[in-house]
Write a new protein. Structure first.
Length: 155
């Protein structure tokens, strides 16, 4: 079965949580001295990415590192390649409010998991990049499959 649950939490909650062996973790940190999250061993798998909680549409001339398409590709590939025995994904960032919520919202859409539509504090830049990269990856996969099918038929 695919992922059935997703939750987003702050760094402290992620660090103090005992591992669930059938869950994966996406650990989002930044570069402001908070450091890498100390996630306990025992989770199925962990993806670590680092970018600040900025939205270029709302800020300007920030020295921060915003999420890039490469970060989004890492997350999309990690989530889409999770084995079927992974039942959930815990996403965390420093506060557990904006970046992690955006990633959790995208995962919820990917697996048709309910997400509270009233929650509006997610980082829209992060969510938009995930949606764009996710659609592009699906298109690439469909194109590769079509080429593969044509090659098999033609041989």
């Amino acid at each position: 079965m695919p992922v059935e649950r997703v939750l987003f939490v702050g760094k402290h909650a992620a660090e103090s949580n005992m591992p669930w062996p059938d869950w994966a973790v996406i650990s989002i940190t930044d570069f402001d001295g908070y450091g890498t999250a100390d996630i306990k061993k025992g989770w199925h798998s962990i993806l670590r990415v680092a970018f600040h909680d900025v939205d270029p549409a709302r800020t300007s001339d920030e020295p921060d590192v915003e999420m890039t398409a490469d970060h989004a590709r890492q997350i999309v590939e990690f989530v889409r390649n999770l084995p079927t025995d992974v039942k959930g994904v815990m996403v965390h960032c420093q506060a557990g409010v904006s970046r992690s919520a955006a990633v959790a919202k995208w995962i919820a859409g990917e697996f048709r998991i309910p997400f509270d539509g009233r929650y509006d504090r997610y980082n829209r830049h992060v969510y938009k990049l995930l949606v764009e990269v996710g659609k592009a990856k699906k298109t690439q996969n469909v194109s590769a499959f079509a080429v593969s099918a044509v090659l098999k038929i033609g041989n």
